[in-house]
Design a protein. Sequence first.
Length: 287
Amino acid sequence: MRLPAIVALLVAIVLGLMGSVYVVREDQTGLVLNLGRVARADIPPGLHFKWPLVETARVFDRRFQVLETQPERYLTSERKDVSIDFFAVGHISDVRAFYRATGGDEKLVNDRLAPIITDSLRNEINARTLTQLVSGDRNQIVTAQLKSINEGAATLGMRITDLRLKQIDLPTDSQVITDVYERMRAQRKQVASQLRAEGEEQARTISAQADRDQAVLVAEAERDAQRLRGEGDAEAARVYASAANKDPAFFAFQRSLDAYRASFRDGNSVIVLDKDDPFLQYLKSDR
């Protein structure tokens, strides 16, 4: 056999061996097509062989993938519009079904799974009010529908392990936002009115207490003043009595001087009395 023929034979053998060997990594799963039909599926990681030219090997990522979708609009049990943004975490569970459903195009997974998840969530959201959706336990919504979602995802060879509601919004073109704002304004007005009423009640209570305290203080002050005046008058009377007892003539003279001073204080007073009136006894001259 000539050398070129041997070289050609060796090249053909090498190409045949290269075309018959394929590798599946740890994070992948393999599938072999025989003339376009699935011959073997769910091939584990490792080095594998196939018939060259007749069989084709395909490998797919079997790690968990985050499947994101656009926000979807739903109606609550109150017929109110809500926009819900969610994402799912899943992986390929049946590579044969996955290939048959998508033709091996992993980009089609989101497009095929989104309607399944959306329709399943719709049943739960339609049965809840807006308040239950916003303040309730979102895990209950997901848990209740995860089984039915996986039943639909199984037709695509996928399995959803987790589903999360990222955000619940009110559409900007929805009447719900206006209603919510009006309700919030009404609630704030109610709270403000209640606070004002409580403040006015407290103000009246404080004012009444202050008036009572003032009346008590004035009464006590007047009582103390009356007592002090009485004590002063009593002390003055005692002093006057003591002075009168010691020197009655001088006391009578002092009292008469006080009476003269009070009667003629303005300098223009005129008193008409009899000349022998006792009031004038200290104004008479002995000459």
